[in-house]
Design a protein around this ligand. Structure first.
Ligand code: ZN
Length: 342
């Protein structure tokens, strides 16, 4: 498994339990891979050859088929997102969290919510927020990176998966990574000393192996949290709406349609849904006018007055499973193409 890439070098972790004399190897790509320009991503499972056990060196000879690929940040075989929010400071913001969750749902990734700063919140607040987020259909772990409270439980629930961290700034993503991976602090310190300044360069993507077997990536990859799905798809990105028995109207937007089941169900996030619905309708209108997704996004952001920039992972279009409804539209506007990152 490729844990990190720096320039033309790849840090490869050998399968634990394979009985190899070392855990990690520093690898280059074999000439054949270079020639075919076959990219190697962090998170890829690879075969190595020409192993120099003493020097800890080897060459990557083959990349095994990947299950998925995130483009922002570029990580292979990662389909889970750990969404980090604070209970306080900054105050818990259900609309912003929902925005993150909808963006993650539109990428067909799985989300687990981590609430940080539990040491600053009352247990009443903590329970109320946990209950709320569970009611939306998501798993929740509450932690304090300051007191280490809940960190072990979080590490356990991450289990064997590969997760990428997401969340607004100021919620303690880096401290969480440090808390989950105690060896990291030392490493960060060592890098800082070498560079002669106290700044950890986070430009490259790196996977950190936790004791539980999980892999966690802290990745930049800044993009705006635009909700640009077709309006009719939006309800499908709210898990608690999905579990309702289907609305009796075909093609219902669950807005002002009289007698709509979803509207009458009294779901907590219904108001948030309406806010996002208005956004998707506005986006669809501009798209209809301009016919150009890029132009539309620019105009849409101007209208929305979008400010929040944050880390939200994006899945490579080749690995996306479009909803049936948007499949037809995708075929119609095909030809946008995807760029290969190398
Ligand atoms: Zn409806």
């Amino acid at each position: 498994m490729v844990l990190a890439q720096e320039a033309n070098y790849y840090r490869v972790r050998l399968d634990p339990g394979a009985g190899a004399p070392v855990d990690l190897l520093l690898c280059t790509r074999r000439a054949r891979l270079m020639k075919t320009k076959q990219p190697v991503y962090v998170g890829d499972r690879v075969l190595v050859t020409e192993v120099d056990w003493q020097g800890g060196r080897a060459a990557i000879s083959e990349v095994l088929p990947r299950q998925s690929l995130l483009v922002k940040p570029p990580i292979a075989n990662c389909n889970k997102v750990l969404v980090v929010f604070a209970l306080l400071e900054p105050a818990f913001d259900p609309v912003l969290l929902s925005r993150f969750l909808v963006c993650i749902e539109t990428e067909h990734l799985k989300a687990l919510v981590c609430l940080n700063k539990s040491d600053r919140a009352t247990s009443a607040l903590r329970l109320a927020v946990e209950l709320r987020v569970r009611g939306w259909g998501y798993g929740v772990c509450t932690v304090s990176t300051r007191t280490q409270d809940g960190i072990d439980e979080l590490a356990q629930s991450l289990d064997q998966g590969t997760f990428v961290l997401a969340g607004p700034s100021g919620v303690g993503k880096s401290s969480l990574l440090n808390a989950l991976h105690p060896g990291l602090k030392l490493r960060v310190g060592a890098v800082s000393n070498k560079l002669g300044r106290g700044k950890h360069t986070t430009r490259h993507v790196e996977l950190f192996a936790l004791e539980s077997g999980a892999l966690v990536a802290d990745a930049p990859g800044f993009s705006q949290l635009d909700i640009t799905c077709p309006p009719r798809d939006l309800a499908g990105y709210f898990p608690e709406f999905r579990s309702l028995s289907a609305c009796q109207f075909r093609d219902c937007l669950h807005g002002e349609e009289p007698g709509c089941m979803v509207r009458q169900s009294g779901l907590e996030r219904y108001e948030i849904y309406l806010t996002f619905l208005a956004e998707t309708i506005a986006h669809a209108r501009i798209l209809q006018r301009t016919g150009d997704p890029e132009e539309t996004l620019k105009a849409h952001r101007q209208v929305r007055g979008a400010g929040e920039k944050s880390t939200i992972p994006r899945l490579d279009a080749n690995y996306r499973k479009p909803s049936r409804r948007s499949q037809r539209q995708q075929i119609e506007r095909d030809g946008t193409g995807t760029e290969e990152d190398d």
